[in-house]
Ligand binder design. Structure first.
Ligand code: F6R
Length: 610
């Protein structure tokens, strides 16, 4: 999704901005641009398509400048064109350039007011109103900053914005509401970005701008103003970062690298939360979130994180016996929540910036619910605004399709559920300890599955030309089927649907014919026999079955067209085991179809608009 980068200092401005944009590119975008100020003169370059189109164009010029801003756009208002790309340059005489992430909800009325005043809009974006509003207020205000303050008072929606201008040429001014902005501090140079990844190669000292704050960034100073315009003290965070996470390390794609990282990630999570055969979430203050007296959890999340939440419900209800509801954030946000008291909202998010999940968190807090979040990106908005956080420790995930973080979320949900089960006396000491012993074997099981990748590749070679797939599963593996279908459709653009296998006969069975591959998630769990009956329903209609089964299961072998084995393990580990074959199946099918698996079309890594 859209990304912002900005720099002020002595380095080569175009290369800092272009490299910054490249490092934002994993988030998904369709056009990119930069604007620089050199000797008080503002220049701007924009291109549709990939960033290398922009950098090829810029390479031919010799761009000088002391400061600049750049942007990757993911179209929301107006198609992908050069004119709609950011920065937008406005101004009555002296130029103002702005870059914007988010959505200005009242842009139509602002635009029509400004048009009546004679302002000419070039783009179809909501963002352009910001530049014109600043220009408009500059006519009556005595400074760029005052004009920006007036502009902010008119904006509704979510935004993070960076502004440079010939009106005040030695600074970048930024502001935000509901969309992240990070300031990177250097020595005699400073940076700004919507994503730490784009500046972390230059500095690890960062400031997270808060909602409604304005930052005035000069070469050797940063001033942050609160809503009433007063300078405030700010906290400088030193960020730990492993540079290898931003490299493919010999793999063809980030997605493949991240699939293979999973055993390592699981070991890391276990080392963080399990010691001496006991689960500890020491960093959470149970009394602050009322964990000991919770009677209902309300999980809210989007996409793959929602699938983790669905499996989390099975875990929590089974092992902790606590009522759990699961909602898609964009739905939860607009339904009337009923508080029973003793409720706890669980927000699940890899990025910690997903607009709907963040909005639900705020909505819940405004209604006095406490929020415990499962988040991967430390210091993200959801991390900072939650009452407690369980980190999923999967490291940076660059492939747009979530893989390693999904598994991390599942493990964290599982550990959380048995932690509650043990503290509430639902699980006996033996049950609890046996579960920890078996979860410790998870990395070894995953490694075994990864050794079978060639087999999965062969299966994908056989099916990649199918134009639709059905995924079915039961119990814990009903959400696994939803996730398998999501993974396939998002990276291969093949239509895929996930269903609870028991629902087949209530409609989707009509789809089945001899051309339809049906991925049957059928490890040996307590719903195994029921699942076998559902597979027979598929076979009777001549559907092609790709069965994910437990090693040694000879029964399914008799009627599968293709079979992928996962190691024998307790029921509760099966959603984690089956996820890897489905990730690999999606990956190899997409590769066969020559799709851009790391940056699938239309998708964004961090969905920061509603
Ligand atoms: C799919 C995928 C998305 C995200 C969803 C929520 O592979 O990655 O469906 O899961 O956009 O994102 P987070 O977890 O960052 O809130």
């Amino acid at each position: 999704m859209c990304g912002i980068v900005g720099y002020i200092g002595d380095r080569d401005i175009s290369s800092v901005l272009i490299v910054g944009l490249e490092r934002l590119s994993y988030r998904g975008y369709d056009s990119a641009g930069i604007a620089t100020l050199s000797e008080s003169e503002l220049s701007c370059w924009k291109k549709t398509g990939k960033i290398h189109e922009l950098s090829r164009f810029i390479d031919k010029l010799s761009i000088k400048g002391q400061l600049g801003i750049g942007h990757t756009r993911w179209a929301t208002h107006g198609p992908t064109t050069e004119i709609n790309a950011h920065p937008h340059v406005c101004g009555n005489g002296k130029k103002i350039a702005i870059v914007h992430n988010g959505i200005i909800e009242n842009y139509a009325s602002i635009k029509s007011d400004l048009q009546k005043k004679g302002y000419i809009f070039r783009s179809q974006t909501d963002s352009e109103v910001i530049g014109h509003l600043i220009a408009y207020y500059y006519k009556t205000e005595d400074s760029l900053l005052s004009a920006i303050k007036q502009c902010i008072s008119k904006l509704q929606g979510t935004y993070s914005v960076a502004v440079i201008s010939e009106l005040d040429p030695n600074k970048i001014i930024c502001f935000r509401k509901g969309s992240p902005l990070i300031i990177g501090l250097g020595s005699n140079e400073n940076f700004v970005s919507s994503d730490i990844n784009s500046i972390i190669n230059h500095t690890k000292d960062v400031v997270y701008l808060e909602d409604s704050q304005i930052a005035i960034i000069e070469k050797s100073t940063v001033d942050i103003l609160n809503e009433s315009g007063k300078s405030v003290d700010f906290k400088v965070n030193h960020v730990e970062w492993d540079p290898n996470t931003s490299e493919k390390s010999g793999y063809d794609h980030f997605m493949l690298k991240e699939i293979y990282e999973q055993p390592h990630v699981i070991r890391k999570i276990l080392s963080k939360y399990v010691s001496n055969n006991t689960i500890q979430f020491n960093h959470i203050d149970n009394s602050k979130i009322g964990l000991d007296s919770v009677r209902r959890f309300i999980i809210q999340a989007c996409g793959t994180s929602w699938h983790s939440g669905l499996i989390g419900k099975y875990y929590i209800e089974k092992y902790a016996r606590i009522l759990t509801e699961v909602d898609i954030s964009s739905e939860f946000r607009y339904r009337q929540m009923i508080s029973h008291g003793n409720d706890l909202v669980l927000a699940i998010s890899q990025s910690g910036e997903t607009a709907d999940t963040l909005a639900c968190l705020r909505e819940a807090k405004s209604k006095f619910f406490k929020v415990l979040s499962f988040v991967n990106v430390k210091n993200s908005s959801i991390d900072r605004e939650s009452d407690g956080v369980i980190y999923s420790y999967s490291g940076q995930e660059i492939g747009v399709a979530s893989t390693k973080n999904y598994l991390s979320q599942l493990l964290c949900m599982f550990l959380f559920s048995i932690y509650l089960g043990q503290t509430r006396g639902i699980l006996s000491d033996k049950e609890y300890s046996d579960m920890i012993t078996s979860v410790n074997r998870l990395p070894e099981y995953l490694e075994k599955i990864l050794q079978n990748a060639d087999k999965i590749k062969t299966i994908s070679d056989k099916y990649y030309l199918s134009r639709e797939f059905l995924f079915i599963g039961r119990g814990y593996n009903y959400p696994s089927a939803l996730e398998g279908a999501l993974k396939l459709k998002e990276i291969s653009y093949i239509h895929a649907t996930g269903y609870a296998a028991g629902e087949l006969k209530h409609g989707p069975i009509a789809l089945i014919d001899s051309k339809l591959p049906v991925v049957c998630v059928c490890p040996q769990t307590e719903t195994y026999d029921k699942m076998i009956s559902n597979i027979h329903e598929v076979i009777s209609r001549k559907g092609k079955t790709i069965i994910i089964a437990t090693e040694g299961d000879t029964r399914v072998k008799e009627f599968s067209d293709d079979i992928i084995y996962v190691p024998k393990a307790p029921d509760y580990l099966t959603p984690m085991l089956v996820s890897i074959p489905m990730q690999l199946l999606a990956y190899y099918i997409a590769i066969n179809l020559d799709c851009d698996v790391d940056q699938p079309r239309n998708l964004a890594k961090s969905v920061t608009v509603e």
